[in-house]
Design a protein around this ligand. Structure first.
Ligand code: 0O2
Length: 250
């Protein structure tokens, strides 16, 4: 079987997609060929399969980590398929026509998974584990932890492709992975709500309050990490003391 990308997969099929939201005039249309098949569903099916694969991989890695290190780096995982309205908005924002071809080519986060962990060190551990998976190809990385956004947003983003095995072909499908701590996630969720409430134009005092909160989140993450390291050092010290006393006794 041949590996193909989702864009190439589109060439194999004929599309008619209409996605209209009443009163909002959101419309997507893409047509090729004469046959009318449920291709929007087919594309979403492939993205959903890709999401499930990444989710399962993450759960396996988390279980293995627990088995080897008696510790779970992942607190929880959320995943979603971007809504058609949100896809159209993003295409418009980038000055592109609303077609399925453009959506697959240019919207990298149609399938999105968010991995929430306790400590910043877990983020890099998880990112490394993802990068080491043989069938996952890392397309790009955005490190908003080292380089936070002007809004104060912090998170680690990876765009990857994962092969989806269909009955007659393998489709390499893009998934956006966001990795962040519980504290970063708390901040991002509230900021996202505020962003939507004010349609991206929140009053200045709210923006600066959010930046202040982002600093507090970074400080909290750093202090929790250092506390955890101290606890681990104490536990390791106790273990080696226990081990040494057993050796002396033996
Ligand atoms: P939604 O509603 O969450 O889906 P690219 O995807 O690389 O072509 P983009 O979209 O600028 O370009 O990528 P980026 O900067 O990595 O952002 C992708 C997603 O990260 C966003 O998706 C948000 O989910 C999240 N994000 C980025 N910046 C911020 C921010 O300042 N605050 C919050 N709360 N989230 C942010 P969408 O499509 O914008 O939104």
């Amino acid at each position: 079987m041949k590996n193909i990308h989702l864009c190439d997969f589109l060439c194999y099929t004929n599309f008619t997609v209409l996605c209209e939201k009443e009163n909002e005039g959101v419309r997507m249309e893409f047509k090729t060929g004469s046959e009318d098949i449920d291709s929007w569903e087919e594309v979403i099916l492939v993205y959903s399969a890709a999401l499930r694969q990444i989710e399962t991989k993450m759960e396996i890695l988390n279980d293995e980590f627990q088995h080897v290190h008696q510790y779970n780096p992942i607190e929880h995982i959320k995943s979603r398929i971007k809504t058609p309205e949100s896809i159209v908005k993003k295409l418009k924002r980038n000055g592109r026509e609303s077609t399925i071809e453009n959506m697959v080519k240019y919207v990298n986060d149609i399938a999105g998974i968010r991995i929430i962990c306790s400590f910043t060190s877990d983020i890099y551990r998880i990112a490394d584990m993802i990068g080491e998976q043989r069938d996952i190809k890392v397309i790009s990385v955005k490190n908003y932890i080292t380089f936070p956004k002007a809004s104060g947003y912090k998170s680690y983003h990876m765009i990857v492709t994962v092969p989806v095995y269909l009955s007659d072909r393998i489709v390499d499908t893009k998934v956006e992975i966001q990795i962040r701590t519980v504290a970063m996630d708390f901040w991002a969720s509230l900021e996202h709500k505020i962003h939507y409430k004010f349609e991206g134009d929140a009053p200045e005092h709210i923006k600066s309050e959010l930046i202040e909160c982002a600093k507090m989140v970074s400080d909290l993450d750093a202090r929790m990490l250092s506390l955890n390291e101290e606890i681990l050092n104490i536990s390791n010290g106790e273990k080696s003391m226990h081990f040494n006393s057993e050796e002396t006794a033996g």
